[in-house]
Design a binder for this molecule. Structure first.
Ligand code: NDP
Length: 448
C-alpha cells in the first residue's frame, strides 16, 4: 500500500530522516500511517493540529548505563532504555525486554505499537516500552538479581504508579519483576503498583501469567467464529517460541480442542505429530530453564530441527507466531499459504514482515495483527493496576472473564472500524484505526 496523502507522506519522510538506522521503528510507523489514510482524509483537524507528526515522536526516551558485577567478580556494562511514547489516555504502560538484540529502534517500535494496543483494550493506559541489551541466558539467579537492581537504580526516577508502569516482555518474567519491584520499594520506601506481572504474594493478579497466550486464543476463536463460522476445535496449530506467550497459547488452544504440533526457541523447533505434551514443555522451560530440543529425548515420536524458519513449512490450519519480530518473511508466508493455512494470529509483536502480511491478505488468510491479538497481556496488566489501586484481588475466573470480554471486544472494534473505513475484513487497518482514534481525540482535547 503506497501512501497518497501528502501530509502523511511528509510525516513519514521526517520519521525516516530523523530515525535513520532504525528499521524496525520505521517499519512499524509505515504500517500504521498507511492504515490511517482514510481517517486523515476524513478529518482535516488531524493535519491542522499535526496529530500524526506529534504521535510518531516519543514524549520521552531515556537511555542509561547499567553496570553490574558477575559472579566471578568481573564488571559489565549494559545499556538500558525506557521509551515513554504517549500519555494522552493514561500513564505510560508497556513491558521491559532483556535480550542482546535490544536497541533504540526495537524499543521505539515496541513503544509505538504499544500506544495503539493499549488504546484498543479500552483501559486508561498510555504507551511505553523499555529494556536492555543484557542477555539473561546462562546467567545465575544472583547475576540476574544484581542486573535488575542496577537497572532499577536508574529507572525508578522515571516511573511510578500514576506515571509509568512497566511489565515483562522477552527475558522478563516473574523472577525479574520480583527483583525490580524489590529494588524500587527499597529506593522509594513505597509499596505501590509500579510494576505489573508481580507475584501473587505481593500484589500480582491471577491470570496475568496466562493472559497474553489465553487472550490470543480468545481473539482467534472470535475471529474464526465471526469471519468463517468456524472455531479452533480440531485445527492443527503451529506456534513459534516456547516462552510465556507460546506456553499459554498452547494451553488455551488445547483447551479449545486444537492440536498444537510444533514449538520453537531461538535455536530450532520441535515437531510432535501427536500433539505437544505441555507438561513436558513446562518442566523444561519453566522449571529447568532448558532448551526446547530436550523435548525429543522425553517424548516419543517427536523430532527436532535446527534453525527457526523451518517451523513455518509444517502444514497447519492456524499459525501463531509467539517468538519475536520479523520471524515470518514473505517466503515463509508463501509456504504457509501454499500449505492451506486459514488464519495467522500474532502473539509476538510485529512477527510478520510487510511482505508476509501482503501474502496473507492476497492469499485470503485471516490475519489477526499483534496490536489486537496479543493485547490480552497488557489488558490484564491494566486489571492488575485496578486491583492494586483498590487494594483487593479478584479471582482467576473474574480476571479471565474480563480478559475474554476485552479480547472479543477488541476483535469487534477492529472488525467494525475496518468496515466503516472501506477495508472490510482487514483487521490490521481496523486495529490501527480503532486504536488511533481514541488517542487522537484525547490529544486534540488536551491542546498542543
Ligand atoms: P519469553 O522470553 O518468555 O519467550 C520468548 C520466546 O521467543 C523464547 O522461546 C525465545 O527463545 C524466543 N525468541 C526470542 N527472541 C528470539 C529470536 N530473536 N529468534 C527466535 N526466537 C526468539 O518472551 P514472551 O513469551 O513474553 O514474548 C514473546 C513475544 O510476545 C515477544 O514478541 C513479546 O514482545 C510478545 N508479547 C509478550 C507479552 C507478554 O505478556 N509477555 C505481551 C504481548 C506481546 P530463546 O529462549 O531461545 O531466546
Amino acid at each position: 500500500m503506497a501512501l497518497k496523502n501528502q501530509y502523511l507522506i511528509d510525516v513519514l519522510e521526517t520519521v525516516k530522516k530523523r530515525n535513520a538506522g532504525e528499521p524496525e521503528f520505521i517499519q512499524a510507523v509505515t504500517e500504521v500511517l498507511e492504515s490511517l489514510e482514510p481517517v486523515v482524509e476524513k478529518r482535516p483537524e488531524l493535519e491542522k493540529e499535526n496529530i500524526i507528526g506529534r504521535m510518531v515522536e516519543p514524549e520521552r526516551m531515556v537511555m542509561f548505563r547499567v553496570p553490574w558485577v558477575a559472579d566471578d567478580g568481573s564488571v559489565h556494562v549494559n545499556r538500558g532504555f525506557r521509551c515513554q511514547f504517549n500519555s494522552a489516555i493514561g500513564p505510560y504502560k508497556g513491558g521491559l525486554r532483556l535480550h542482546p538484540s535490544v536497541n533504540a529502534s526495537i524499543i521505539k517500535f515496541l513503544g509505538f505499537e504499544q500506544c495503539f494496543k493499549n488504546s484498543l483494550t479500552t483501559l486508561p493506559i498510555g504507551g511505553g516500552k523499555g529494556g536492555s541489551d543484557f542477555d539473561p541466558k546462562g546467567k545465575s539467579d544472583r547475576e540476574i538479581m544484581r542486573f535488575c537492581q542496577s537497572f532499577m537504580t536508574e529507572l525508578y526516577r522515571h516511573i511510578g504508579p500514576d506515571t509509568d508502569v512497566p511489565a515483562g516482555d522477552i527475558g522478563v518474567g516473574g523472577r525479574e519483576i520480583g527483583y525490580l519491584f524489590g529494588q524500587y520499594k527499597k529506593i522509594r520506601n513505597e509499596f505501590t503498583g509500579v510494576l505489573t506481572g508481580k507475584g501473587l504474594t505481593y500484589g500480582g493478579s491471577l491470570a496475568r501469567t496466562e493472559a497474553t497466550g489465553y487472550g490470543l486464543l480468545y481473539f482467534t476463536e472470535e475471529m474464526l467464529n465471526v469471519m468463517k463460522k468456524d472455531s479452533v476445535k480440531d485445527k492443527t496449530i503451529v506456534i513459534s517460541g516456547s516462552g510465556n506467550v507460546a506456553i499459554y497459547a498452547t494451553q488455551k488452544a488445547q483447551q479449545l480442542g486444537g492440536k498444537v504440533v510444533a514449538l520453537s526457541d531461538s535455536n530450532g523447533y520441535i515437531y510432535d505429530p501427536n500433539g505437544v505434551n505441555l507438561d513436558v514443555v513446562r518442566q523444561i522451560k519453566e522449571v529447568e530453564r532448558g532448551r526446547i530440543k530436550e523435548y525429543v529425548g522425553r517424548v516419543e515420536g517427536a523430532t527436532y530441527t535446527e534453525g527457526c524458519k523451518g517451523i513455518w513449512t509444517i502444514p497447519c490450519d492456524i499459525a501463531l507466531p509467539c517468538a519475536t519480530q520479523n520471524e515470518i518473511d514473505g517466503e515463509s508466508a508463501a509456504i504457509l499459504v501454499k500449505n492451506g493455512v486459514m488464519a495467522v494470529c500474532e502473539g509476538a509483536n510485529m512477527p510478520s514482515t510487510p511482505e508476509a502480511i501482503e501474502t496473507y491478505l492476497k492469499g485470503g488468510v485471516l490475519y489477526g495483527p499483534a496490536k489486537a491479538a496479543n493485547a490480552g497481556g497488557v489488558a490484564t496488566s491494566g486489571l492488575e493496576m485496578s486491583q492494586n489501586s483498590a487494594r483487593l484481588s479478584w479471582t482467576f475466573e473474574e480476571v479471565d472473564a474480563k480478559l475474554k470480554g476485552i479480547m472479543v471486544n477488541i476483535f469487534h472494534s477492529a472488525y467494525n472500524a475496518a468496515e466503516e473505513y472501506g477495508f472490510a475484513g482487514n483487521l490490521m487497518v481496523g486495529a490501527n484505526i480503532a486504536g488511533f482514534v481514541k488517542i487522537a481525540d484525547a490529544m486534540l482535547a488536551q491542546g498542543v
